[in-house]
Ligand binder design. Structure first.
Ligand code: PRP
Ligand code: MG
Length: 171
């Protein structure tokens, strides 16, 4: 199955000149959705993760079913002001704009191997911020899993060196 057949490209969203890779059309199709989660699980299962961290919001859509498949717990990294207990916060630069992410300080009580999941690797700012949050909360990032990588933005070069990084399709 070629997942690109299920990813819709929308020109000039959210700003003129941006080609938006839309995964709602992939989520829409049961066979493509299942294939996506199965493929991610195949390529990340050997990392032996204890937790999947999903990045709000599109990372939640893939991270939670992947956690179930890998028999992991799920930890949300959220946009500011959403998590109710004590948090760590990291600011980061987005492909278009600025933002911040938070994680619960007690997300990893015991030493934990963590797989960070998001739909898209673009500039890498989001994934790097999530990885820093994981480490601040006491977890160890053992891998990154993405559906899509925008290789021309070179986000992969920003990711920390040790953990593996899997992307199912690239543009
Ligand atoms: C998008 C995408 C990734 C991030 C990638 O999320 O889902 O999380 O940007 O960009 P980067 O590699 O340049 O940091 P966005 O912040 O638009 O929010 P959403 O997931 O809630 O739609
Ligand atoms: Mg996102």
């Amino acid at each position: 199955m070629d997942l690109k057949d299920y990813i819709r490209t929308v020109p000039d969203f959210p700003e003129p000149g941006i080609l938006f890779r839309d995964i709602t059309t992939l989520l829409h199709e049961p066979k493509a959705l299942r294939y996506t989660i199965d493929s991610l699980a195949e390529q990340t299962g050997s990392l032996g993760a204890d937790y999947v961290v999903g990045i709000e919001s599109r990372g939640f859509m893939f991270g939670t079913p992947l956690a179930i498949k890998l028999d992991c717990g799920f930890v949300p990294v959220r946009k500011p002001g959403k998590l109710p207990a004590a948090v760590f916060k990291e600011e980061y630069t987005l492909e278009y704009g600025k933002n911040a992410l938070e994680i619960h300080q007690d997300a990893f009580a015991a030493p934990s191997r963590v797989l960070v999941v998001d739909d898209l690797l673009a500039t890498g700012g989001t994934a790097v911020a999530a990885a820093q949050l994981v480490e601040r909360a006491g977890g160890t990032v053992v891998g990154f899993g993405f559906i899509i990588e925008l290789t021309f933005l070179n986000g992969r070069a920003k990711l920390p060196e040790g953990p593996s990084a899997v992307a199912l399709v690239s543009y």
